[in-house]
Design a protein around this ligand. Structure first.
Ligand code: KIV
Length: 270
């Protein structure tokens, strides 16, 4: 099993790989491919649950996906992404929600979309034995505040604030830091400045690792962000399989003899 300590040791040696997964068969594929970290992202909202943004997904929904992924994973570190407002409002509720992902669902860590308000929470969770992955740059749970999904850290003041927050979260005990949609020179500076691994998405090649949303990486999403890359065309494969199924049923080719069985003991009327 990959541990948070393994990731720290891997830092600067071999790039860390991370992908999202939301269900058991996907987790099996990702795990068997040797991916280091599986994130059960709140992106489940857009990719699997039909929501426009990640804002509506709740703890029960996320927990059910974390359980499915954890049960199917043998090696990778499973990280549960904490939903919007499931942390940072009330300390006891934050601990209960994060703790549930480890105690009941089998995750080994949680991720918090981070800001000034998550430094103390990170420290508290870590004290309690809940490893925390921080997340700076574009934090999609702020979509309503941003009015979209803009690049982050694009001016000097914003870059300075992000660097300081990255250092604060590393000092608070975060075991890793996701950097989303930030300039690669800023990501490189942050990666040099902190002693925990950075994992980039739209943050250039200088991070200690990379993460993509599974549906984007395999070509299942209808739309992918500019910083992503499709490594397959799974959507076309699925469309063609479904077309073939419909045609086979309509043409009477499916089910064939080998997909059916008869019983001799059913009596005369059958
Ligand atoms: O929810 C998610 O999938 C994420 C990754 C994009 C980092 O937060």
């Amino acid at each position: 099993m990959v541990t948070v300590r393994d990731l720290r040791e891997q830092m600067g040696e071999t790039p860390i790989t991370m992908l999202t997964a939301y269900d058991a068969p996907t987790a099996e594929i990702v795990d068997e491919a040797g991916v280091d970290v599986i994130l059960v992202g709140d992106s489940v909202a857009n990719t699997a649950l039909g929501y426009e943004t990640t804002v509506p997904v709740d703890v029960d929904q996320l927990a059910s996906h974390v359980g499915a992924v954890a049960r199917a994973t043998d090696e990778a570190l499973v990280v549960a992404d904490m939903p919007f407002l499931s942390f940072g409002v009330d300390e006891a509720a934050t601990i209960e929600n994060a703790g549930r992902m480890l105690k009941e669902e089998g995750a080994s860590a949680v991720k918090l979309e981070s800001g000034p308000h998550t430094v103390d929470i990170t420290e508290r969770l870590v004290q309690l034995g809940i490893p925390v992955m921080a997340h700076l740059g574009l934090t999609p749970q702020h979509v309503n505040q941003y009015g979209g999904y803009p690049r982050q850290g694009t001016d000097r003041a914003a870059a300075d604030r992000m660097l300081e927050l990255a250092e604060d979260h590393a000092d608070a005990g975060a075991f890793s830091l996701v950097l989303e949609h930030v300039p690669s020179n800023l990501a490189a500076t942050i990666t040099d400045a902190i002693d925990v691994p950075t994992i980039g998405i739209g943050a250039g090649p200088h991070c200690d690792g990379q993460v993509l949303v599974f549906h984007d990486a395999v070509g299942l999403s209808e739309w992918t962000p500019s910083f992503s890359k499709q490594f397959g065309d799974v959507r076309s494969e699925m469309e063609s399989a479904v077309d073939d199924y419909v045609a086979a049923v309509e043409d009477g080719e499916f089910p064939a003899e080998e997909h059916s069985h008869q019983e001799g003991d059913l009596g005369d009327i059958y």
